[in-house]
Design a protein around this ligand. Sequence first.
Ligand code: PLP
Length: 228
Amino acid sequence: MNEPIGRLNLVRQRIKKACIAAGRQTCEVSLLAVSKWHPAEKIRDLHKLGVCSFGENHVQEALQKQRELASLDVQWHFIGNLQSNKTRAIAENFQWVQSVDRKKILQRLSAQRPDSMEPLNICLQVNIDLEPQKAGARPEEILQLAELASGLGNIRFRGLMAIPMNTSDPRQQHDSFRKVKALFDTLKTVGYDIDTLSMGMSSDLEIAISEGSTMVRIGTDLFGDRES
Ligand SMILES: *Cc1c(COP(=O)(O)O)cnc(C)c1O
């Protein structure tokens, strides 16, 4: 099972099965291929098989791959920790940023997004299990950040992203994802026009889909173990 097509088919089948089990349509859940640490050639292979969205978490590494793959029509998602001194490169070279967790970063991304480009798609990252070592805004900060995001000219607020605590206890996993979904629903109820709930990775995509994920971010199960 080393071939890209075999891995991709397995992941697609898992998504489909999870959707059926949850009574959802397969087209409600999109696939983000997390290509961090993997070479541009592997992205090219998956792109040939119809995958168009790729996630990266280091700016320099991503820019290098973007140069190598400039001829491909790819949607690039930034999913890593955001430092202020990297926001310009991100605003100029990505279509999405899923890891926004503070006001200053939002303001910089909007100010630095070139007016000639489409608005930058943004998800707010929420630290749903309040883990001290983890990035993400606290749940109670999300409403305020949402208000700011939706008022900025070069930003399009799309939804939430979360990385729940690392546990193999399915009940805990369900609880975490359910909390993110509840926050997402609250935002919709108060009037935000959002469509993206980015949660679920290689090991927990089924549980995330059962709790309402609309985008799963898959690295290991698409590309194999990350090379260092
Ligand atoms: C690395 C990473 C993933 C992919 O994780 P896998 O377990 O390899 O599928 C998803 N989301 C984020 C934010 C990541 O950094």
